[in-house]
Design a protein around this ligand. Structure first.
Ligand SMILES: Nc1nc2c(c(=O)[nH]1)N[C@H]1C(S)=C(S)[C@@H](COP(=O)(O)OP(=O)(O)OC[C@H]3O[C@@H](n4cnc5c(=O)[nH]c(N)nc54)[C@H](O)[C@@H]3O)O[C@H]1N2
Ligand SMILES: Nc1nc2c(c(=O)[nH]1)N[C@H]1C(S)=C(S)[C@@H](COP(=O)(O)OP(=O)(O)OC[C@H]3O[C@@H](n4cnc5c(=O)[nH]c(N)nc54)[C@H](O)[C@@H]3O)O[C@H]1N2
Ligand code: SF4
Ligand SMILES: [Mo]
Length: 755
C-alpha cells in the first residue's frame, strides 16, 4: 500500500514537491515499526488546527508511539512529522514535574496545597484591595474546551473580571472579525469536504505546506487526480507551498488589499459576477454607510490592475489572470492564515477575500468557500466557541448582551451582576496594564507570551513586577523566567477532553496514561484554585471532564453552534462531529447558512424565498460585500529602515519550541534560526550565505545567521520566530488592527548589516 502510494505520488511533479519536504508518513508503515502488544487509543494531534486524528500506542503504561488514524476523515491515516513525534514530547527531560514557588529569587519545590493556597491568597488579596479588574487570565487555543470553560467561569463569572484573553487574539481575531462583519457569524460555512470538490484554490497569506501540511496534502492529491484544478497564491514569500502554484502573486508585505479589490473589479467587469446571487443574498457597505451595487462598482473603479500593481508591486497581467482564474473556475476555495490576519488591516483583508466569493456566488455550494485556516488545535473550539476572549461568553455569546449574561450566569450558578457588561482588556491592553501595574496578578495557562507577544521585551517589565502564575507542562520557558509560581500541567495523552478544529469539528481525546510527576489536569488546577478562593459551591460539583463538557454543551443548545448532540458517549465513538449538531441522532452539518444546516432549515419559508443561503447573523439574512480602503502596514519601509521584515513558521517546529525543541529528529532538521535574504539584496549588501548579520528595527536588534535564498521577495526579509535564543519578537511591532486588536506580526520596517 505504501509503495503504491509512493509510485502514485511520483506520477506528478506537484506531489513530488510535497514528498520532498517530508510532509507525510505512509499509512501502513507503522506496522513494520511497532510491535503487537501495543494498545491503540483514539486521539487528536495537539499541534495545528488541521485537527488530524491520531492513534496513540500505549505499552506498559507508557506512550510509545503515534500513528495516523485511518478512520479519521481529516487525515485518513496521514500525519506530518510533528504529529508523528508527539509521544517523544511527553517524556521530554524538560517536563515540569512539581509545583514551585519562587522564594527570594530561587525556585523551591512545594506541595500542591502550598502552591494553590498561596495563589488563592495572593489573588484574593489583590481582588480585595484593588478590585476584580486587577486580576487577569491569559489562555490558549491549545487548551482544551473544558479547560478554557473552567477559566471563563472562574474569572468572568466568579472573580468578576472580563480580563480574560488568550493567544487566539494574536492569531484568529481578524478572521473572527472578518466572518462577523462579512457573514454575520464566526467560523467557516463549509468544511474540508469542499477540498475534493474545488476547481480552484486561492491561497493567500498561508504557507499551507508547512503550517497545515495535511490540508496541503489533500489539495495536492486532489490536484494530482484532476489536473485542471488550479492553485493561485498571493504571498510575498516563495514558500514550499509555492511549488504547486499555477500562478503566484508576490505583493509587498502589507500591500495586497488593492489586489483583492482589483480582482473584484475585473470579476464584475468581465461578467463573472453572479447577479442573481448578489440580488438575493448580498448588501454593500463602506466603513460609514450602506452602498448600492452601482456605488460599490464606482468605488472599485480606482482599482485598475495598473493601480493595484503599483501599490502592491506585482504585475497588472498577473492580477488580471488571477481574477479570471477565480471567475472562470466553477468552484473556488480560498484559504488564508496569518499573512492576512496578523495585520493592522487584518479584518479588512478577510472581508476582501470573502467579497470574491459573495460576488461570484462561490459560497454555500460544494467545492466553494471562503475558508479561514485556524492555527491552533482548539482556537476554534475552546476560545472562539467557548468564549475565551475578553468580550465573549460561551457559545458565540457576548458579555455586553444582557440576555447572554443572564443565560450564562444561570448555568454557572452565579449572580448575573457578577458578569461585567463591559469587555475586559484585549491582549495588548492587558499586558500594557500589567506593565503599568493596573493589573497586579495574572494566571497564564498553556501559552508562552514572554516570547510570543509582539515587541515582547516591552512587556517583560509587567511580567517581572506583577504576581505571575504560570501553568505549564515544560520548564523553563521564556515566561516561567518571570513567574512567581509555576504549576505543572498534564500534557495531551495524560488528560481527556475535546478539541475543535478549523472545520467546526469537535473531537474527543482519550486519557491514555497518568501525568508525569505530580502534574495535574489544567481544569482541575483551576477548579481547586477556585474552591480555595472561596467559590466552593460553584466548582465542587465538577467531578469528571464529562461534567464540564455537558454543562458547556447545554449552553450551546439552540445557538448557531449547537453541540448538544455531541456528547462524550458519541464523541468517544466517532471521529468528531461538525456543528451544528443539535441532537444525538444528528449527523453534524456540512454547510452552514443553507439547506441541511438545522438553523437554516428551521427558518420560516417566507424568509428563504428565492434564496439558497440565509446569513442568519445579519438582520435581513444578507451578507456584506465591503468597500474597504486599501491601507498599507502601520510601519512602512523608508530610507532608514528599507526592508520589510516578516516572521513565520517552519514545518518542523511549533511556536516557542518548548515541545518540538525536545525532539532530536526535529531539531536536526532545523537546528537554528536564520534570516532569509533574497540573493539580489544580499549581493547589494555584500552578504554571503551563513554570514552573521544584525537585523535591526525601531524596537530592537538581533544577531542572526543569514540565509541567502530566493524565497523572500527582494526588499523583504523573513525570520522563523520559534527560537528563544534568536527571538524575533524583539524586533516585531505591537501595532494592532483597531477592529480585531490582532497585532501586525507580518510586517514592520527593518535594516540589516553584516555583524
Ligand atoms: N509547522 C508549524 N505549523 C503550524 C504552527 C507552527 O508553529 N509550526 N502554528 C500554527 C498556528 S497557531 C498558526 S496561526 C498557523 C500559521 O500558519 P501560516 O499563516 O500559514 O504561517 P506563517 O508562516 O505565520 O505565515 C504565512 C504566510 O504569510 C505570508 N505573508 C506575510 N505577509 C503577507 C502579506 O502582507 N500578504 C500576504 N498575502 N501574505 C503575507 C508569509 O510570507 C507566509 O508565507 O500555523 C499553524 N501551524
Ligand atoms: N513573531 C511572531 N510571533 C508570533 C506569531 C508570528 O507569526 N510571528 N504568531 C502568533 C500566533 S498565531 C500564536 S497562536 C502565538 C502562539 O504563542 P504561544 O501560545 O505563546 O506559543 P506556544 O509555544 O504554543 O506556547 C504554548 C505553551 O503551552 C505549554 N503547554 C503545552 N501543553 C500544555 C498543557 O496541556 N497545559 C499547559 N498549561 N501548558 C501547556 C507549552 O509548553 C508552551 O510553553 O504566537 C504568536 N506570536
Ligand atoms: S498537520 Fe497539524 S494536526 Fe496534522 S499531524 Fe501535522 S501538526 Fe498535527
Ligand atoms: Mo496561531
Amino acid at each position: 500500500m505504501a509503495l503504491k502510494r509512493r509510485e502514485f505520488l511520483k506520477a506528478s511533479a506537484a506531489a513530488a514537491a510535497a514528498a520532498s519536504i517530508g510532509v507525510t508518513l505512509m499509512p501502513g508503515m507503522e506496522k513494520t515499526v511497532f510491535a503487537d502488544s501495543t494498545t491503540w487509543h483514539k486521539s487528536v494531534c495537539r499541534f495545528c488546527g488541521t485537527g488530524c486524528g491520531v492513534m496513540i500506542g500505549e505499552k506498559n503504561g507508557k506512550v510509545v508511539s503515534v500513528k495516523g488514524d485511518l478512520e479519521n476523515t481529516i487525515n485518513k491515516g496521514h500525519l506530518c512529522v510533528k504529529g508523528f513525534y508527539l509521544h517523544k514530547v511527553v517524556y521530554a527531560k524538560t517536563r515540569l514535574l512539581h509545583p514551585m514557588i519562587k522564594k527570594n529569587g530561587k525556585w523551591e519545590r512545594v506541595s500542591w496545597d502550598e502552591a494553590l493556597d498561596y495563589v488563592a491568597k495572593k489573588f484574593n488579596e489583590i481582588r480585595k484591595q484593588y478590585g476584580p479588574d486587577a486580576l487577569a487570565f491569559y489562555g490558549s487555543g491549545q487548551a482544551e474546551t473544558e479547560e478554557t470553560y473552567m477559566a471563563n467561569k472562574l474569572f468572568k463569572g466568579c472573580i468578576g473580571t472580563n480580563n480574560m484573553e488568550g493567544n487566539p487574539r494574536l492569531c484568529m481575531a481578524s478572521a473572527v472579525g472578518g466572518y462577523l462583519t462579512s457573514l454575520g457569524k464566526d467560523e467557516p460555512a463549509g468544511t474540508y469536504a469542499d477540498i475534493e470538490k474545488a476547481e480552484l484554490f486561492l491561497l493567500v497569506g498561508s504557507n499551507t505546506a508547512e503550517s497545515h501540511p495535511i490540508i496541503f496534502e489533500r489539495i495536492m492529491r486532489h490536484k494530482n487526480k484532476n489536473p485542471d484544478v488550479k492553485i493561485v497564491i498571493i504571498d510575498p514569500r516563495k514558500t514550499p507551498t509555492d511549488q504547486v502554484a499555477d500562478l503566484h502573486l508576490f505583493p509587498r508585505p502589507g500591500w495586497d488589499l488593492a489586489i483583492l479589490h482589483a480582482m473584484a473589479r475585473i470579476i464584475i467587469k468581465e461578467g463573472y459576477a453572479d447577479e442573481e446571487f448578489i440580488k438575493n443574498h448580498v448588501n454593500f457597505r463602506d466603513n460609514e454607510k450602506a452602498l448600492t451595487f452601482e456605488e460599490y462598482k464606482q468605488f472599485l473603479e480606482k482599482y485598475t490592475p495598473e493601480y493595484a500593481a503599483k501599490v502592491s508591486g506585482v504585475s497588472p497581467d498577473e492580477i488580471v489572470k488571477a481574477a479570471r482564474m477565480f471567475g472562470q473556475a466553477k468552484t473556488a476555495m480560498s484559504m488564508w492564515t496569518m499573512g492576512l490576519n496578523q495585520r493592522t488591516r487584518g479584518v479588512w483583508a478577510n472581508n476582501l477575500v470573502t467579497n470574491l466569493h459573495l460576488l461570484t456566488g462561490k459560497i454555500g455550494v460544494p467545492g466553494s468557500d471562503s475558508f479561514s485556516l485556524t492555527g491552533q488545535p482548539n482556537a476554534c473550539g475552546g476560545v472562539r466557541e467557548g468564549g475565551g476572549l475578553c468580550h465573549l461568553l460561551p457559545a458565540h455569546r457576548l458579555v455586553k448582551n444582557p440576555k447572554h449574561r443572564a443565560e450564562v450566569a444561570k448555568v454557572w450558578g452565579v449572580p448575573v451582576e457578577n458578569i461585567q457588561p463591559k469587555p475586559g482588556k484585549h491582549t495588548i491592553a492587558m499586558f500594557t496594564a500589567l506593565n503599568k501595574g493596573e493589573i497586579k496578578g495574572i494566571y497564564i495557562m498553556c501559552t508562552n507570551p514572554a516570547q510570543s507577544l509582539p515587541n515582547a521585551s516591552k512587556y517583560w517589565k509587567g511580567l517581572k513586577e506583577q504576581f505571575v502564575v504560570v501553568a505549564e507542562s515544560f520548564f523553563p520557558t521564556a515566561t516561567t523566567e518571570y513567574a512567581d509560581v509555576v504549576l505543572p500541567a498534564a500534557f495531551w495523552a495524560e488528560k481527556e477532553g475535546v478539541y475543535g478544529c478549523t472545520e467546526r469539528r469537535s473531537q474527543y481525546m482519550e486519557k491514555v496514561i497518568d501525568p508525569q510527576g505530580e502534574a495535574r489536569w489544567d481544569a482541575w488546577i483551576l477548579r481547586d484554585l477556585a474552591i480555595r478562593m472561596g467559590f466552593k459551591k460553584e466548582f465542587e460539583k465538577y467531578k469528571t471532564a464529562e461534567d464540564i463538557w455537558n454543562e458547556y454543551i447545554s449552553l450551546t443548545k439552540g445557538t448557531d453552534m449547537d453541540l448538544s448532540g455531541a456528547t462524550y458517549r458519541r464523541l468517544k465513538k466517532v471521529r468528531g462531529l461538525t456543528w451544528p449538531v443539535p441532537s444525538e441522532d444528528h449527523p453534524g452539518t456540512y454547510k452552514r447558512y443553507t439547506k441541511g444546516d438545522p438553523v437554516f432549515d428551521a427558518l420560516p419559508e417566507e424568509k428563504k424565498k428565492g434564496r439558497r443561503m440565509y446569513f442568519y447573523g445579519k438582520p435581513d439574512g444578507k451578507a456584506i460585500v465591503w468597500a474597504r480602503p486599501d491601507k498599507g502596514p502601520e510601519e512602512p519601509t523608508d530610507a532608514e529602515y528599507p526592508l520589510a521584515l516578516s516572521t513565520g513558521r517552519v514545518l518542523e517546529h511549533w511556536h516557542t519550541r518548548t515541545m518540538t525543541g525536545t525532539v532530536p529528529e526535529l531539531n536536526r532538521a532545523v537546528p537554528k534560526a536564520y534570516v532569509e535574504i533574497n540573493p539580489e539584496d544580499a549581493k547589494k549588501m555584500g552578504i554571503a550565505d551563513k554570514d552573521q548579520v544584525i537585523v535591526e528595527t525601531r524596537r530592537g536588534k538581533l544577531k542572526i545567521e543569514a540565509r541567502v535564498i530566493d524565497r523572500p521577495k527582494p526588499g523583504t526579509i523573513f525570520i522563523p520566530w520559534h527560537w528563544e535564543e534568536w527571538m524575533a519578537n524583539i524586533l516585531t511591532i505591537d501595532a494592532f488592527d483597531p477592529g480585531s486588536k490582532e497585532p501586525e506580526y507580518k510586517v514592520c520596517a527593518a535594516r540589516l548589516r553584516k555583524a
